[in-house]
Design a protein around this ligand. Structure first.
Ligand code: SF4
Ligand code: SF4
Length: 355
């Protein structure tokens, strides 16, 4: 199946129109760099051997490409090395994937092969799926569930369950904050978590104490099925980083990697699918999604503000909070990508063609 998936994906990449060249290059680099060699065929077997453990090498590697100007990076982590190649300062990279989306870098730490090993292990495997899967395929949510079963998952659980648990806890916490004239940050964004850990401690300090939606959902699934395996399916590299700290999640697939599995299994969705019933899933993956959910658990919330599509100007603003200035709101929601996870860097080619 692995050989089938990878060769299926390579065929698909070769047939993409020119406009998707950066996407095709990225996916090809992804496969080859994971395999650690120039030749797909030669290194396949050794790569499969590695699948049993989580890779420990850096999440993103700069590709050896030269450029006249550097791509946009919110943390200024990209620079030109002595040979004029684009390089990444790993210590300040927050895995937002913006440079990847623009075709300047490739990422080496895919968990695609590891996920495939789990799927063919014969164990019970649960897919926990980010709500932003809506719109990634020409399919209704019900059709996606059945496609996921076809590629080997036994159970499909939507992370919106965990998002609601997070919102309930945050709503109660915010009531207390407002009583003390304080304010709070909420975010489901794994890159914002990295930002707080690596560069801006104020984000960690003012963030609610709630866990992430993936943490709540995976803990719930583990409670229901102790021996089952869990694969998170989501929009970006930063989620791979988040899940590497979560013992309940065994592996991660990006939407673009799930697309590879569907292609390999010959799964084709009808373009006339009725996805109107999926409307309740997508708000959580858009700007304001979480603050609206928190609002329903906090009766005293009068003002909330959202930031998305974060650039250096927003980072400067967040830094000012560290110096004691506060935002003009009780609740601040932050997502790195413009509009939220719906425009994450791990989108499918179906999504990219449509947008
Ligand atoms: S992934 Fe984001 S933070 Fe990291 S180098 Fe690329 S643009 Fe910068
Ligand atoms: S907004 Fe969503 S897709 Fe974008 S970096 Fe954050 S978690 Fe990933």
């Amino acid at each position: 199946m692995i050989r089938h998936v990878l060769s299926g994906r390579m065929r698909e990449l070769c047939s993409l129109p020119e406009r998707f060249a950066p996407f095709a290059r990225e996916a090809r680099n992804l496969i080859l760099s994971y395999l650690g060699a120039e030749s797909l065929e030669e290194s396949l077997e050794s790569a499969i051997e590695k699948c049993g453990r989580r890779p420990t090498f850096p999440l993103i590697l700069a590709s050896l490409c030269t450029a006249s100007s550097l791509p946009d990076c919110p943390t200024g982590s990209l620079y030109l090395d002595r040979s004029g190649n684009i390089a990444i300062r790993q210590s300040s990279c927050i895995y937002c994937g913006r440079c990847l989306k623009e075709g300047f870098t490739s990422y080496a730490r895919t968990e695609l092969l590891r996920s495939l090993e789990i799927l063919k292990s014969g164990e019970s495997v649960t897919a926990i799926v980010a709500p932003s899967i809506t719109g990634q395929f020409d399919a209704s949510y019900a059709e996606l569930e059945s496609a996921l079963r076809r590629v080997g998952f036994n159970r499909v659980v939507n992370v919106k369950i965990g998002a609601r648990m997070m919102a309930e806890i945050e709503g109660k916490e915010l009531e207390n904050c407002i009583e003390c004239s304080d304010w709070m940050i909420t975010s489901c964004c794994a890159s914002i978590k990295e930002l707080g850990l690596r560069l801006l401690p104020v984000i960690e300090e003012k963030h609610s104490s709630a866990k992430t939606p993936v943490e709540y959902t995976s803990a719930l699934c583990k409670e229901e099925e102790r021996d089952g395996r869990i694969i998170f399916i989501g929009p970006c590299l930063a989620k791979i980083s988040e899940c590497s700290r979560n013992a309940n999640v065994d592996s991660v697939l990006l939407f673009s990697e799930l697309e590879m599995l569907f292609i390999a299994e010959g799964i084709v969705f009808s373009k006339n699918s009725d996805s109107s019933r999926d409307e309740d899933l997508s708000p959580l993956s858009r700007t304001n999604g979480i603050s609206n959910a928190v609002r329903s658990f906090c009766s005293h919330l009068s003002s909330a503000i959202s930031y998305s599509g974060i650039k250096e100007a927003e980072l400067a603003l967040f830094s000012s909070w560290r110096r004691g200035e506060r935002p003009q709101a009780d609740l601040v929601e932050i997502a790195l990508c413009s509009g939220g996870c719906i425009s994450g860097p791990g989108n499918t080619s179906t999504f990219l063609k449509r947008s």
